[in-house]
Write a protein that binds this ligand. Structure first.
Ligand code: URA
Length: 285
C-alpha cells in the first residue's frame, strides 16, 4: 500500500511540474486518471484478506488529440459577452467586464486575465492572438520574446506602449499548452474585442498575424495577401471607418527571420500612414 501511495504522490508531483511547465493538462490528467487495461487478479485464498492492488503504470500519452473542431459556445455566453461589452462606456469599464466574464472556458485553466497594456485611448491599437506563458504569468499582453521583438519594431517608428500604443489580443486567457483557440473560445471573446475597437476609435489599428486578422476582419485571406495594404474596418457602432494594417506576427518573425524584410516594409508603410494622419511620435532613427 505504501508503495502505491508513494507512486501516486510521485505522479502528482510530476503533474504539478508539467502544469508549471505549460503542458496541456487535459492530456496529462487523462494519462494520470487512465484506468489500467488489465483487470485486477481475483483474490486467491492466500491474499483474500488484502484488498486487490491495482498496478500503477504511467501510460504513454495518447496520440495528440485533434483540436476540437468548430465548437460553438453556449448561445448565452456570447449574449452575456455582448451585453457586458455594450454596458462598458470606457476602456477601464471594459477591462473590468472582461475580468468578470465567465463565458470563455479558457478562464478555468489560465492564471490571469490578460486584457491590455499601454495607454488607453492611444492613436494606435495593436491586436494579437492570445496570451502565452509569460503573458499569463504577468497578466500583460506581448511581454515574452515576441513582445520584446514587437517593442523593438514599434520603436523604429516612434511608437511605444508607454506613449502612444494600446496592445491587446483577440483572446484574453492563455489556451493550455499554447494550442490554437477554438472557434467557440474566439467567438465568446469577440464582443469585447469589437467594443475595445469602438471605444478606442484608433487612428490606426494594427492586426498582428492571421488569427487576429481573420477574427477582426471576418475574412479568410492569408496574411501574405492582407499585409502591406491600407485596409478599412467598418461596422455598426463605429463612428467612422478605421484604418487597418495587417502585419506579420512577431512570433512568426522569430521563427522565420528572413521575413523581417517584409516586416520592415510594413513598418515603413505604417510610418507613412501615421505621418499623414498626424499621429505624434517620439523621435526615432
Ligand atoms: N502572442 C500574441 O498573439 N499575444 C500575446 O499576448 C503574446 C504572444
Amino acid at each position: 500500500m505504501e508503495n502505491a501511495a508513494a507512486s501516486q504522490n510521485a505522479a502528482r508531483a510530476l503533474l504539478a511540474f508539467w502544469r508549471a511547465a505549460g503542458v496541456d493538462m487535459d492530456e496529462a490528467e487523462a494519462v494520470f486518471s487512465a484506468r489500467p487495461e488489465t483487470a485486477p487478479a481475483a483474490a486467491s485464498p492466500a491474499n483474500r484478506s488484502l484488498p486487490a492492488r491495482e498496478p500503477f503504470r504511467i501510460e504513454p500519452p495518447p496520440p495528440k488529440a485533434k483540436p476540437k473542431a468548430k465548437l460553438q459556445p453556449a448561445e448565452d455566453a456570447v449574449n452575456t459577452a455582448r451585453a457586458m461589452a455594450a454596458e462598458a462606456s470606457t476602456i477601464a469599464e471594459l477591462r473590468a467586464a472582461v475580468d468578470k466574464f465567465d463565458g470563455c472556458a479558457l478562464k478555468a485553466t489560465a492564471r490571469n486575465t490578460v486584457f491590455s497594456d499601454g495607454v488607453d485611448g492611444s492613436p494606435v491599437l495593436i491586436l494579437g492572438e492570445a496570451p502565452g506563458k509569460d503573458e499569463d504569468e504577468q497578466a500583460k499582453p506581448f511581454v515574452g520574446r515576441s513582445g520584446q521583438l514587437l517593442d523593438k519594431m514599434l520603436a523604429t517608428i516612434g511608437l511605444s506602449r508607454e506613449a502612444n500604443v494600446l496592445i491587446s489580443n483577440t483572446i484574453y486567457w492563455r489556451p493550455p499548452g499554447n494550442r490554437d483557440p477554438t472557434q467557440g473560445e474566439t467567438v465568446s471573446c469577440l464582443p469585447f474585442v469589437e467594443r475595445l475597437i469602438e471605444l478606442s476609435q484608433p487612428k490606426l489599428l494594427i492586426l498582428t498575424g492571421k488569427a487576429a486578422a481573420h477574427t477582426v476582419l471576418k475574412r479568410e485571406d492569408g496574411v501574405m495577401k492582407l499585409r502591406g495594404r491600407r485596409l478599412r474596418y467598418n461596422r455598426e457602432g463605429i463612428k467612422a471607418p478605421i484604418n487597418v494594417m495587417v502585419m506579420l506576427h512577431p512570433a512568426y518573425l522569430l521563427r522565420q527571420p528572413q521575413q523581417k524584410r517584409l516586416a520592415w516594409s510594413d513598418l515603413l508603410l505604417a510610418e507613412a500612414w501615421l505621418d499623414e494622419l498626424g499621429v505624434a511620435r517620439a523621435a526615432h532613427p
